[in-house]
Write a protein that binds this ligand. Structure first.
Ligand SMILES: NC(=O)c1ccc[n+]([C@@H]2O[C@H](COP(=O)([O-])OP(=O)(O)OC[C@H]3O[C@@H](n4cnc5c(N)ncnc54)[C@H](OP(=O)(O)O)[C@@H]3O)[C@@H](O)[C@H]2O)c1
Length: 246
């Protein structure tokens, strides 16, 4: 995938991985717009206000971006929340709803909003964002993992729907990355710059891989194939002891 001459919208690009990726595309020469609810925290890139839970907000943002950038040719669906849940307490349902609304339905809403434009243009790319947790659960974030597994399955089908249109679908599969507070609680989280170096190396391969799986994410992505699934799940379930009453 070319990263030098693109017109890119990163929805969920106002912080963390999305903002870092936006900076890399901009530094490579691409035109970049980042979207999110809190655009005031971004002063070095063009922004658009968008809430992926609100269809009207998405339509407004889409129209604004396409009016200013009719050649938009790459859309990244980065918006996501990572929420801990205690599944013994039915009150977790509110967190499950929020997670599904942003991570899964939000992704689908944004893909839907830009699909006619990219198909009409006859070329372009979507990058969807899942997680190593899609393939190897982290039980403290049950609905999160469910939404990311769903984004993976959806992306696989979406790619087939778009076959022959000139529009590609690539999935980003991050491991734990030192953003969104992970840098404080997870000593194994990969530093953002190291992660992005590897991502850019994989993304610019020809042909573009269907999945961008950095070295640190490989063990999660392929745990089942490699026969490590049960042992890893057991080990990752230790995190449940941090919940009250466990
Ligand atoms: N960090 C990790 O370890 C890790 C691992 C695997 C996958 N991921 C995935 O990578 C993506 C980015 O995560 P991150 O670590 O960079 O987290 P982050 O810094 O919290 O960034 C999340 C982004 O999502 C946006 N967002 C949240 N709710 C939104 C909404 N309702 N509408 C529009 N945008 C919304 C936020 O923007 P506003 O607040 O401005 O709305 C922000 O730009 C997520 O999809 C996450 O699941 C992260």
């Amino acid at each position: 995938m070319d990263i030098n001459n693109r017109t890119v919208l990163i929805v969920g690009g106002t912080s963390g991985i999305g903002r870092g990726l936006a900076r890399r595309f901009a530094d490579a020469g691409s035109t970049v717009i980042v979207g999110g609810r809190n655009t005031s925290q971004v002063d070095d890139l063009e922004t658009v206000t968008i809430d992926v839970t609100d269809p009207d907000s998405i339509t407004r943002a889409r129209d604004e971006v396409l009016a200013a950038h009719p050649n938009l040719d790459l859309v990244v669906t980065m918006s996501g929340v990572m929420i801990f849940e205690d599944l013994r307490d039915p009150a977790h349902f509110a967190q499950a709803e929020t997670t599904i609304n942003i991570n899964l339905l939000g992704t689908i809403r944004v893909l839907d909003a830009f699909t006619p434009h990219l198909i009409g243009q006859g070329h372009g790319d979507f990058i969807t964002v899942n997680s190593g947790i899609a393939f190897m659960p982290f039980p403290l974030m049950a609905t999160y993992g469910a939404t990311k597994a769903a984004v993976h399955a959806y992306s696989e089908s979406f790619r087939q729907h778009l076959a022959g249109t000139g529009v590609g679908v690539t999935e980003l599969v991050p491991p734990a990355v030192a953003t969104a507070g992970q840098e404080k609680v997870n000593p194994n989280a990969l530093p953002l710059d190291a992660f992005l170096d590897e991502v850019l190396g994989l993304l610019t391969q020809t042909p573009t891989p269907n999945e961008i799986v950095v070295e640190r994410a490989q063990a999660l992505r392929w745990a089942e194939r490699d026969g490590n699934y049960a042992a890893m799940l057991e080990q990752r379930s230790q995190s449940l002891t941090t919940l009250p009453g466990r």
